[in-house]
Design a protein around this ligand. Sequence first.
Ligand code: SF4
Length: 271
Amino acid sequence: MCTWTLENFKCKRDKKGCDSRLRRTSATRTKKTRNEMSVKKFGKTEKRRAVRVLDLMEKAVTTETALANISSQDPSSPSSPFRVLISTMLSARTKDPVTEEASARLFSRFPDADSLSKADKNTVSSLIKPVLYYNVKAQRIIEVSKILVEKYGGSVPDNFDELLALPGVGRKTANCVLVYAFKLPAIPVDVHVHRISNRIGLVKTKNPETTEEELAMLYDKKYWVKVNELFVAFGQTICKPIVPRCKICDVRPLCNYYQSEVKTGKRPSSS
Ligand code: SF4
């Protein structure tokens, strides 16, 4: 897995293959060159449009994601970052309501890293079932809890590279922990964020890593903590994967997909 990080532009390297564009550019960028690239790639008009899209989404969205719900439950508790980390790991390819229910069952029995690190794998599997790959995820979250106890005294690190080093934690999960547990600026890119930002035409990218890179250039840092929550909630309720609900969507005037595909009758939309 690529360990390129947006913040320091370094790739600690993987053995299986790294996106060559990211690798080629990552080692040599400085903060100054990133800012220059940002200005060059996205002008004021594109940046203003992107902020307008975010504002419209904020007005349209009336629900919260599972991670927002979980992180808002007793946010000052020392185990809050742990719950966000574990729930994010459970959420991979799993619908939000299933993740929330599985997390609630798990944390009622194992509320912190210490207790989960000593848990029996079959017990954990049965608690988190039916999240997808519940056996693998049970093993992983126990392993992660052991590392948190041994290396961090049961706490969760608020550092991207340390999070990424945990087994089963990829870029999206690490960024989710930074945003939802620590309110630090990061842009977790999942299928919703990738799909919607490309549909609207905010970015033109082929994979989530590049989407993350481009959104970070498009949006000023003060907006980063909002991006995942708004895009995901918007994707769950309005800009749905198969048939988006364009008829009720206020982003239409700014949306490339609507203008070129839906308005012209090439693709369906629903209300
Ligand atoms: S107009 Fe349609 S495709 Fe565009 S953002 Fe809205 S729901 Fe998605």
